[in-house]
Design a protein around this ligand. Structure first.
Ligand SMILES: CC(C)(COP(=O)(O)OP(=O)(O)OC[C@H]1O[C@@H](n2cnc3c(N)ncnc32)[C@H](O)[C@@H]1OP(=O)(O)O)[C@@H](O)C(=O)NCCC(=O)NCCS
Length: 161
């Protein structure tokens, strides 16, 4: 299992480097890219985005973004916000996939949200050939039964995993 580190993206240079990350063309239907993630983080302040680039040593291998502890009153006011801690984006560059980086990134995100007091981590995905559904379920995420904006909602119970 590779050892990955989540690194805050704070400078324009960090941003420019992260924008070079690419998934395979066939995967683009399943995830928005880094540029759209930066836009979304600004456009939806209520969602409390926090994002990082993912590194193995000096090599940048991916990007992830979460909702980092949305307060209860904000959640109640907006039904599109699924829960306080939500895995909003996860992508591993196509050159680095299937080497355990996605799983190691989930481990790092879980460690972070646990440190923030999360009891669960939610995510959602678009179905179709090559979707990340099996990846998430293999990790321990379980479908909640909800479909929101055509996406299957999954929950990782942090008390159990
Ligand atoms: C999904 C994703 C993050 C997985 O990252 P990864 O580094 O390739 O994952 P890992 O190497 O840790 O994979 C662990 C296991 O998950 C499963 N898996 C990974 N990607 C999968 C996929 N696309 N479909 C089905 N199973 C998958 C495999 O069983 C794999 O084990 P194996 O290599 O022994 O077969 C990566 O494929 C990706 O960035 N996809 C495009 C973007 C995307 O869909 N992100 C999720 C948006 S909600």
């Amino acid at each position: 299992m590779p050892d990955v580190r989540l690194r805050d993206i704070t400078t324009d240079e960090d941003r420019a480097v992260a924008l070079e990350l690419r998934v395979a063309p066939s995967q683009e239907a399943f995830v928005s890219g880094v540029a759209e993630s930066f836009d979304d983080a600004l456009r939806y302040p209520a969602a409390r985005a926090r994002y990082w680039s993912v590194h193995d040593g000096d090599e940048m291998v991916g990007f992830t973004m979460i909702s980092d502890g949305i307060p209860e009153d904000v959640l109640e006011a907006d039904p599109t916000l699924l829960g306080p801690f939500y895995l909003w984006r996860l992508l591993i560059d196509q050159r680095h996939q299937r080497r355990g980086y996605g799983t190691a990134t989930l481990d790092a995100v879980v460690e972070y949200v646990r440190s923030r007091g999360a009891a669960a981590l939610l995510t959602s995905y678009t179905t179709g050939e090559g979707s990340p559904g099996p990846f998430y379920e293999r990790y321990g995420f379980v479908p909640t039964g909800d479909i929101v904006e055509d996406e299957v909602v999954l929950l990782l119970d942090l008390a159990r995993s």
